[in-house]
Design a protein around this ligand. Structure first.
Ligand code: DGL
Length: 232
């Protein structure tokens, strides 16, 4: 039996899994790596809901009590409905860490995300409740998660230049990685923008996942946790 389920449209959420393993090493985790449906960020709401609810039901059948949505797109577009439709499950979301950037006094912040995330109502709430005098530039990175999933370095580099070159003279001090796949292209982003801070929400997700297990008296693993990755 698995206590924790996780999913993403492929390899992106493995970056979240790394943090989870460090913080909660004794729990059995099943990770659903849904590469066949990548990119989530370019699906309609109904297409995405069908994909996500099928995965959630698969994970519930495996006995999970907590599901970590290791994907910003699925979180910003589906987590509210997931919590309504599956109230017996604890859902932990992955959201663009804008608050981390503003709390650390960064002033010229780029947020990179999929079209699905950048155009979500939730993203605009996150910007509105955290922005005061900062410049927050939202960049919709169509095609980027898919190029990362396919290890297509030429496409990754040309897309990044398309999206970022115009910001080279804007005193950018930080980039929020608003898609879990972007954790794999940190070096390429730094090559273009130079000495800036890269921010992701992975540690925050792991802390929240642990806190919710504790609050629900579910944190009881004693042996080294088993990790299963289901590749689709
Ligand atoms: N890794 C996902 C995210 O965090 C989704 C990427 C995609 O499939 O478009 O948004």
């Amino acid at each position: 039996m698995y206590k924790i389920g996780m999913f993403d449209s492929g390899i992106g959420g493995l970056n979240v899994l790394e943090e989870i393993k460090k913080l909660i090493p004794n729990e059995n985790i099943i990770y659903y790596q849904d590469s066949s449906n990548n990119p989530y960020g370019e699906k309609t709401d109904e297409e995405l809901w069908t994909i996500v609810s099928n995965i959630v039901e698969y994970l519930i059948d495996k006995g999970v009590k907590e599901i970590i949505v290791a994907c910003n797109t699925a979180t910003t577009r589906c987590i509210k409905r997931l919590r309504e439709e599956y109230p017996e499950i604890i859902f932990i979301g992955t959201e663009p860490a804008i608050k981390v950037a503003t709390d650390n006094n960064y002033k010229n912040i780029i947020l990179l995300g999929t079209p699905g995330t950048i155009n979500s109502d939730r993203l605009h709430e996150l910007v509105n409740c955290n922005q005061s005098d900062e410049n927050i530039y939202l960049i919709e990175c169509s095609g980027l998660a898919n190029a990362i999933e396919n290890h297509d370095n030429d496409t990754i580099n040309s897309l990044l230049h398309n999206y970022l070159d115009e910001y080279k003279d804007k005193n950018i001090d930080s980039v929020v990685l608003g898609c879990t796949h972007y954790g794999y292209i940190k070096d390429q982003i730094l090559n273009i923008l130079g000495n800036i801070k890269l921010i992701d929400g992975n540690l925050g997700v792991a802390k929240q996942a642990k806190r919710m297990l504790e609050e629900n008296n579910l944190l009881d693993g004693t042996e080294e946790g088993k990790i299963e990755i289901v590749e689709r």
